[in-house]
Design a protein around this ligand. Structure first.
Ligand code: ATP
Length: 358
């Protein structure tokens, strides 16, 4: 597979502020990549640098094999799709679509034919004569995407394109964007702060924090083997529980420490660790099973029980608190003492100080 986008050692400074730190990223043609991370981690800066809207301070950036350092945005052959749509309000859908072709000298009839073809793919054929103000949010988003598609770019760059839409439409548009990507055999880079969006849409997820790539891989790789506490806590919903733990005298058991002298459970380790050492145990809410009191490795008091109908969320009255998810309903009540069972193979272990995966 050929590489469509290649970043090596990319750095970006805003004055003294180091916004991108030694970014290495290789994106194969046809891949959907999500850049995800908390506010201010540098994901938009990375995307804007790819588009040529920011000048990088160091490193190399290649698109379709060509070095892009210093190449102006319009010569990069990439198309940006923003959350603000950036449609021309005084132009119809058709004019919005044909505009970029017309300014490149494409004949009117040819541009119109291209617009009709794209509109058929994106479901806009019936709306070509409307103005942006006469469209719903989802339809505007489709016009913005169609305008990108019509240029047949080397890559699509999405900057949080769905954050203006309501929750239901967002879920719908996720699928629409992903299926368009597949049909067009496109290469897409998608910025979002929403890890669910990243996990559900992308083939390859890049998790960033403070200008650094913390980890990149397939959604399942990130979920199954997060390299550190940050990624472990960021990927997955509800978020992973972290509990301080002490390795037993045999080096093969772990007891979880819930403050105030409450130690609970006796989790068997898959690998021997130094007896007496302190680590951080990471347990996903969906990996904890409810048992009868007295069964399972733990017995803990329940603080809060919430139900959505399809699932029940239980939070313990411990420090730190533990949250767990039970599929369907549960009779557990606040104040009860409940048994919990955890498959030790599903417990993640992290260094207490560095947060790195053990
Ligand atoms: P968000 O989700 O909030 O948009 P982000 O991950 O996209 O966050 P960036 O917009 O890439 O973050 O910004 C990364 C860091 O660089 C932030 O700390 C931001 O304050 C800083 N930054 C961005 N643009 C500039 C600028 N023009 N001048 C100075 N600092 C900037």
């Amino acid at each position: 597979m050929t590489l469509q986008i290649e970043l090596s050692g990319v750095n970006k400074y805003y004055g003294a502020f180091h916004a991108l730190k030694n970014i290495d990223l290789s994106i194969k043609k046809g891949t959907f990549v999500a850049l995800v991370g908390p506010s201010g981690c540098g994901k938009s800066t990375l995307l804007r640098s790819l588009a040529g809207l920011e000048t990088i301070s160091g490193g190399d950036m290649r698109i379709a094999g060509k070095l892009m350092n210093g190449v102006p945005p319009r010569k990069r052959d990439v198309a940006m799709v923003f959350q603000s749509y950036a449609l021309y309000p005084h132009m119809t859908v058709e004019e919005n679509l044909t505009y970029s072709l017309r300014i490149r000298g494409v004949k009117k009839a040819e541009a119109r034919k291209a617009a009709e073809e794209v509109a058929a793919t994106t479901g806009l054929s019936q709306l070509m004569k409307r103005y942006p103000r006469e469209l719903s949010g989802g339809q505007r988003q489709r016009v913005a995407m169609s305008r990108a598609i019509i240029r047949d770019p080397q890559a699509f760059l999405f900057d949080e394109p769905l954050s203006n839409l309501d929750a239901a439409l967002r879920v719908h548009m996720r699928k629409e964007i992903r299926s368009l990507h597949d049909r067009l055999h496109a290469t897409s880079v998608y910025v979002t702060h929403d890890q669910i969006e990243a996990m559900t849409m992308a083939d390859h997820v890049v998790v960033m924090k403070d200008g650094v790539i913390e980890q990149q891989g397939s959604p399942i790789e990130l979920y199954d083997a997060p390299v550190n506490r940050f990624v472990a806590g960021f990927i997955g919903s509800p978020a992973m529980n972290f509990v301080p733990a002490i390795v037993g005298d045999d080096g093969l058991h772990l007891s979880l420490q819930f403050g105030a002298g409450l130690a609970a459970g006796n989790l068997r380790l898959n690998q021997p660790l130094k007896p007496g050492s302190r680590i951080l145990a990471g347990i996903r809410p969906e990996h904890i099973q409810l048992t009868e009191a007295g069964k399972g490795q733990f017995s803990l008091p329940v603080a809060v029980v919430e139900t959505t109908g399809s699932a029940t969320f239980i939070t313990t009255a411990t420090t730190p608190e533990i949250s767990m998810v039970v599929q369907g309903r549960s009779n557990v009540k606040s104040g009860e003492q409940v048994g919990f069972a955890i498959d030790p193979a599903l417990v993640h272990l992290f260094d207490e100080t560095t947060g790195k995966r053990i």
